[in-house]
Ligand binder design. Structure first.
Ligand code: URA
Length: 244
């Protein structure tokens, strides 16, 4: 292991577990085809996704139109309490797309997703697999405006915002999507399973491989699960290697 990777893994609190987990993972990946289940969760009914004129218009927008539409969106009540919408950031031709839940207080002020401690951990997680924010990586959220008091976004809010992320994904054409946390996972996989059931499985979003891991803000509070997140990242890397 390179010393840089050692430093990063140490910072993530993963180093003592690295060898064991790596061996476990090798075993899992060697038998990936048989042991990693394909996505078997019960999908939300299609009616959950609004298929209206607004959605169709958004799905035809270019980047500039989409950014302007998001910035001025008033489709749900979150627009009334936001400082600004947080569109997303990074390489618009990225192979890797990370999707979080929605902006928090800092993101609402700065306009950039994942700033603050959870963002630093996300940067470290990316770094641990040789990636960097902005370089072949794009970071976006399920909802573009901050839910008050950092509550979970409500269903009608995620539904109004859904076409924006759908269009971002169409424009970016990532090779892999990483859903960060329960809200991102459930909305992208379109299924209401627990995150512990959704991770460790290869899902797809419009044919794009999608894997689920824990939200960095959760990982800051749940150190033991960092090792599972590390497994998820290695799983994602393995998937990426197999499709390159
Ligand atoms: N949490 C998220 O899910 N997204 C952000 O942008 C910040 C914190």
């Amino acid at each position: 292991m390179s010393s840089r990777r050692k430093i990063i893994l140490k910072e993530l609190g993963l180093l003592p577990l690295w060898r064991i987990k790596s061996e476990n993972l090798q075993n899992t990946i060697v038998s990936a085809d048989s042991s990693r289940q394909e996505d078997q969760c019960e999908k939300r009914p299609a009616s959950d996704i609004s298929n209206n004129t607004r959605r169709q218009q958004i799905l035809h927008m270019d980047w500039d139109q989409l950014k302007a539409e998001v910035a001025h969106c008033t489709a749900c009540a979150l627009s009334q309490s936001r400082t600004q919408a947080v569109f997303g950031i990074g390489d618009e031709n990225a192979d890797w797309l990370c999707v979080g839940e929605g902006p928090g207080a800092r993101e609402d002020v700065t306009g950039e997703p994942f700033v603050g401690p959870a963002g630093k951990l996300l940067d470290n997680m990316l770094s641990a697999i040789g990636l960097q924010r902005g370089n072949n990586v794009y970071i976006a959220n399920i909802v573009k405006c901050r839910p008050p008091n950092n509550r979970n976004p409500e269903v009608h809010e995620t539904m109004q915002c859904e076409p924006f992320l759908a269009r971002q994904i169409e424009l970016i054409k990532p090779k892999i999507i990483i859903a960060l946390g329960k809200i991102a996972a459930q909305n992208l996989v379109k299924c209401d399973d627990k995150i512990s059931n959704l991770r460790g499985t290869l899902h797809h979003y419009s044919g794009i491989p999608l894997i689920v891991t824990y939200h960095p803000a959760y990982l800051l509070r749940a150190l033991p699960d960092k090792a599972k997140a590390w497994e998820d990242l290695l799983f994602a890397k393995d998937i990426m290697r197999s499709i390159k």
